[in-house]
Ligand binder design. Structure first.
Ligand code: FES
Length: 242
């Protein structure tokens, strides 16, 4: 059972309390509960549109493991102490308010879409088909299926799809897992994609809203730390993992 003191986004099934991530001041993420740590690569079609994830390398996951968030480790995804010399500003700047408070809504015939751009991790699944903001407004089951697919792949949880009849989000429950993301189409590495309602605790001890899909910055350049804001693509962050 999740601790009732922690805010949970509607539609999210929280991970067991033992699985959580601590953001350390000026240092790495310390991961508790040893969730699976598996590399994922954004797969694209012939037109370069993001269509899914390909599973990559599996890393040893241990209680208390430290994962890099400065972008300088030579042993990524793990911390090797490079932050001590890197001179990066790793201060957290993200809001503790529920993500939906900053979202806009678009209604379609059967689905609604909520969107909070501050949490964009630049996965680009939303650009498929007619783009999700148009697709959600189209009639028909194919458009609805496309909309759900695009939203469910959104790494940072920026996009959330709702069933207008029930008023509930459509958010398939997932087991807790952490995925170092790779984006070969942009020739860069991406955030830590965190799935399955894992609680993230700030350096000062406050918890962020628990969400099914989160993307934690590991390049060190996001303006919305600890969350990714897509800047890794413009700085061409590379984690060096084969
Ligand atoms: S990993 Fe996306 S902004 Fe740092």
């Amino acid at each position: 059972m999740a601790d009732p003191r922690h805010a949970v986004q509607p539609g999210t099934s929280p991970a067991p309390d033992a699985v959580w991530i601590k953001v350390t001041a000026g240092g790495p993420y310390v991961v508790h509960g040893a969730p699976p740590l598996v590399q994922m690569t954004i797969a694209v079609d012939a037109a370069g549109t993001s269509i899914g994830f390909a599973t990559g390398k599996t890393f040893d996951s241990k209680e208390g493991m430290a994962l890099c968030r400065c972008g300088h480790s030579r042993h990524a995804p793990f911390c090797d102490g490079s932050h001590l010399k890197a001179g990066m500003d790793l201060a957290e700047r993200a809001s503790f308010a529920p993500l939906l408070q900053g979202s806009t809504e678009i209604d379609g015939p059967t689905l609604a879409l909520t969107d909070n751009e501050a949490y964009c991790a630049f996965g680009r699944f939303c650009d498929a088909h007619h783009q999700i903001w148009n697709e959600v407004q189209l009639p028909g089951t194919q458009a609805a299926d496309n909309t759900r697919h695009m939203a469910s792949h959104c790494p940072g949880g920026r996009l959330l799809v709702w069933d207008r009849q029930t008023g509930q989000p459509i958010e398939p429950a997932e087991p807790a897992a952490i995925h170092p993301l790779e984006d070969p189409a942009q020739q860069c590495s991406g955030p830590l994609m965190v799935r399955g309602g894992v609680r993230v605790e700030s350096a000062d001890g406050r918890s962020y809203e628990i969400r099914n899909r989160q993307a934690l910055c590991r390049c060190g350049h996001s303006s919305n730390k600890p969350f990714c804001d897509g800047t890794h693509a413009s700085v061409k962050y590379r984690d060096g993992i084969a």
